[in-house]
Design a protein around this ligand. Structure first.
Ligand code: AMP
Length: 396
């Protein structure tokens, strides 16, 4: 895959209307208060740059799953208001995504001004990648800038469609994703260690497979470890486990051995007699979980051993928590791993979602090189899958 894509730095935007695709899919409470504005704050550098360069900025995003219908509880108006507060300047809300109001505002917008289009997913053509809808969207602007890495693996109208009609480049968020993750995947400093956790083993086998032969070590943890233990004939009690992945896991372990990638499995496990923070717990040898118990977190021996491997790494990719970290009694493993990654001094990439949340909860986000803004997209990128939202951008 070619990671060298043009960014806003490589194109003259002065006096141009720029359609900027952001990921403003932010959580809201019942009163439409934004409960976490991280995604909006992260987009500020690209927006400010465009404004300073004298572009007229037309921002678009999706929010939630309106499934092609105009559901006003998913309007982007609160996002526009919040963005306006953060920037200290007016952000005009457009009540269309495409259509007469959007066309009028796109004609009237002046350099240095910002308009926010209504939720892209109010339009059925967005997710179906409809060409006519993409054309209408593209007609509002002269240049397209994509800064929504989280949707780069989707063939949606605002992701790939508009790039067929406009010069297309990336913003600063995608630029950083490409430079940090691209380097790790093509020319990593060694040892290169992947830390793979979380619950959905089936979703991550592709990624584990792509790391075999590329990484020096893979540290398996979290819920997915029990499928590995089961594949080896261990006992896992009532721990989470994916029957369908058993065979593949066995195959991956053989491949890893043949290709010189060391797969580590936990040494000890904290088990509980129910899926609850108040459960009775004990520490047992991993792969020897007694009946009536389930594995909830890695144990202290595992934290120690994994931290040692992590401390020697020069490149680290981490995806997925070490245990049920949402419950305080089962968060120590994830916290220990987060601390080890932060202390390692390695180039460290945290792949979205829960592992990113753990790093942030501990205030360690500044100690890692890169926290990816895309969950599924980051996984596909690291797997080496060509992301349609990236390939359609102009090459450097
Ligand atoms: P994923 O989306 O695959 O990264 O999985 C994240 C989820 O995995 C989190 O909600 C964790 O609570 C969960 N998880 C981690 N370890 C375990 C475990 N041992 N048993 C059940 N769930 C787990």
């Amino acid at each position: 895959m070619d990671y060298m894509k043009k960014s806003v730095r490589d194109i003259d935007v002065k006096g141009k209307r720029v359609l900027l695709r952001c990921d403003f899919n932010v959580p809201q409470d019942d009163e439409k208060n934004i409960t976490d504005d991280k995604r909006i704050r992260e987009a500020l550098p690209t927006i400010r740059y465009l404004v300073e360069q004298g572009a007229a900025v037309i921002v678009c995003s999706h929010l939630g799953r309106p499934k092609g219908e105009r559901k006003m509880k998913l309007t982007l108006t609160p996002v526009a208001n919040h963005l306006s507060e953060l920037l200290g300047m007016d952000v005009k809300m457009c009540f269309d995504t495409v259509g007469p109001e959007a066309e009028r505002l796109s004609r009237e917008i002046k350099p240095g001004e910002i308009v926010m289009l209504e939720n892209l997913r109010f339009e059925p053509g967005e997710e179906s990648g409809d060409r006519a809808f993409a054309y209408k969207l593209a007609s509002l602007a002269d240049i397209y800038v994509n800064d929504a890495f989280g949707t780069a693996h989707r063939d949606h109208a605002s992701v790939t469609g508009v790039a067929q009609f406009l010069p297309a480049v990336c913003g600063f968020l995608i630029e950083k994703e490409l430079s940090v993750m691209g380097k790790a995947m093509t020319d990593p400093a060694r040892p290169f260690v992947a830390i793979m956790g979380g619950a959905k083993v089936a979703d991550k086998l592709g990624l584990i497979g792509s790391f075999i032969g590329k990484c020096d070590a893979i540290l398996v943890l979290g819920g997915m470890a029990y499928t590995f233990f089961k594949a080896q004939g261990g006992t896992i009690g009532s721990s989470i486990f994916d029957e369908k992945s058993l065979e593949l896991v066995t195959g991956l372990m053989k491949q890893a051995e043949a290709k010189g990638t060391k797969i580590y499995l936990p040494i000890d496990t904290i088990v509980a007699d129910q899926f609850s923070n108040e459960a009775n717990t004990m520490v047992v040898k991993a792969g020897q979980v007694p009946d009536g118990y389930m594995g909830m977190d890695i144990g202290p021996e595992t934290i120690k051993e994994y931290s040692k491997v992590i401390s020697q790494a020069k490149t680290i990719v981490w995806n997925g928590p070490a245990g049920v970290f949402e419950m305080p009694n089962f968060a120590a493993g994830t916290e220990g791993i987060a601390q080890a990654v932060a202390d390692s001094g390695a180039v460290s990439i945290v792949g979205g979602g829960d592992s990113a949340a753990a790093i942030e909860k501990l205030g360690l986000q500044d100690k890692v090189t890169h926290v990816s803004t895309g969950g599924g997209a980051a996984i596909e990128f690291l797997e080496g899958v060509d992301l349609p939202g990236i390939s359609c951008l102009l090459d450097k």
